[in-house]
Design a protein around this ligand. Structure first.
Ligand SMILES: [Zn+2]
Length: 467
């Protein structure tokens, strides 16, 4: 799940250049700020009652510089936690004070290594006695983000009563939906942040117990996944959202399976917003349906397993970008169940029936992975990793992942598998399915009740059942 904000930024700049043309400035000229004049711009359409006479402050030769100073003061207020100074920079209308105060209250909860704004002077558009401008917002969460995250927003500035400019709007919903389609939760709603050991939890409606439960589950997951995944770049830390507000997940157009309501959790990348498409962070969003499990008195094994699955995606980071989907998902499933006793590792009935009937004869393509048979595909991918680990050692699934990383970007998965393992792709599927069928095969009927310790249920994955 990822977006491409560098392309979006280019779109934003193109769009604002066009708008600047409507506002009377020449988009073809060099990107100098629009210099305010004391008369209404000729190209403004006359309106019925007529706009109030323009009341711009002393014409400044450096409008962009003046507006940038407003933004710098705003960023400084966040970094120093100075709410009064922050609100000084916005127009004192009740609605704006409420929404902007809420935004300030969100931002000061975040561990900000960097927080800054950069006005794009060429984007300035004059409307009535105000200016709209595109602003690059830079946010880096410390120590969670490898790089600062650059996104664009559009603000309106108008002269304040005491001179100088104030921000009169940070909301241009239509522009935002076109230019910054994925917004972080702190941009859109009141959040509560709770930090644990290596985890930054972001919540909205979750109560204190639910927040603590999610953070504790992620802390346990980080310890487990760190010990099993041989990649260190993720630093054993993760940012986790558990939000009741569906807007964040709905804003992705490429969610696995397509339905945000049906997802238990998803790992998503946050692009740095640079030209090289670098990734600043891989984060996790958990379904709000998991919150009650998190507040239960006992540790919920299914919640922990789901959290481990998503943490594996964080730990893999970009390592699985060129591998087929089944390998990344298989590793996530396989790692996530290792902490469970074998008899608690469930596979869907349908997957087991198909494996037993010998119907799983190849691996699903990326296009079909999340189709109606997704649960079968996840189970098969997991058992292929079991087979790889059992046959070649516990690093084998990661070694295969690295083989894909070393391959050409468009390499045929069949060729990569053939070159890096003694089996073919289809053999891999059959071996994984066989191992699954074997591990969950019913115990042979016991005719006489023997020692009860001998009749305990099959432990899938144990040596004697997996051969
Ligand atoms: Zn997954």
């Amino acid at each position: 799940v990822s977006t491409r904000p560098s392309a979006l930024l280019a779109v934003a700049l193109a769009a604002s250049a066009a708008l600047a043309g409507c506002g009377g400035s020449d988009p073809a000229s060099e990107p100098t700020p629009v210099v305010p004049s004391t008369s209404a711009p000729a190209s403004e359409p006359p309106s019925g009652g007529g706009p109030p006479p323009l009341d711009l402050p002393e014409v400044s030769a450096d409008l962009a510089g003046d507006l940038q100073a407003v933004l710098d003061a705003r960023a400084r207020a966040v970094l120093t936690g100075d709410r009064a100074a922050f609100l000084d920079g916005v127009a004192p209308t009740p609605d704006l004070v409420t929404t902007e105060g809420g935004y300030f209250d969100n931002m000061v909860q975040l561990p900000l290594a960097e927080f800054s704004y950069r006005l794009l002077p060429a984007s300035l558009v004059r409307t009535d006695n105000a200016y709209w401008g595109v602003v690059e917002v830079v946010v880096q969460l410390s120590p969670y983000d490898a790089l600062p995250v650059r996104t664009v927003d559009r603000y309106r500035f108008a002269p304040g009563r005491a001179g100088g400019y104030r921000i009169t709007s940070t909301r241009d919903l239509r522009w935002e939906s076109e230019n910054a389609p994925v917004q972080q939760p702190w941009d859109t709603e009141p959040i509560v942040v709770r930090e644990g050991d290596g985890v930054l939890g972001v919540f909205d409606t979750a109560d204190r117990r639910e927040r603590a439960g999610i953070v504790a589950s992620v802390e346990r997951g980080i310890l487990d996944v760190s010990a099993r995944v041989p990649f260190a770049e993720w630093g054993s830390r993760a940012v986790v959202y558990a939000l009741s507000d569906p807007r964040f997940l709905e804003s992705f157009d490429d969610l696995p399976g397509g339905d945000p309501q049906a997802l238990d959790g998803v790992a998503f990348t946050v692009p740095a917003g640079t030209d090289d498409n670098a990734i600043a962070s891989t984060r996790i969003a958990l379904s709000p349906d998991l919150l009650p499990l998190a507040s239960a008195r006992r540790v919920d094994p299914e919640l922990d397993r789901l959290v481990r699955h998503e943490l594996v995606h964080v730990a893999l980071g970009e390592e699985d970008d060129v591998a087929p989907l089944w390998l990344g998902e298989g590793i996530a499933e396989w790692v996530s169940v290792q902490a469970l006793p074998p008899q608690r590792r469930e596979v869907p009935d349908r997957a087991l029936a198909m494996a037993t009937a010998g119907q799983l004869t190849t691996m699903p393509s990326d296009e079909s992975f999340n189709d109606a048979d997704a649960s079968v595909h996840y189970a098969l991918a997991w058992w292929v990793c079991e087979w790889l680990a059992l046959t070649y050692g516990p690093d084998a699934p990661f070694t295969l992942l690295e083989a894909f990383n070393r391959s050409e970007p468009d390499a045929d998965p069949r060729e990569v598998i053939r070159a890096s393992t003694p089996v073919t792709l289809d053999e891999l599927a059959r071996r994984g399915a066989e191992l699954m069928a074997q591990a969950y095969a019913p115990e042979p009927e016991v005719t006489e009740p023997a020692d009860p310790t001998e009749t305990s249920t099959t432990a899938p994955g144990e040596e004697e059942t997996t051969g």
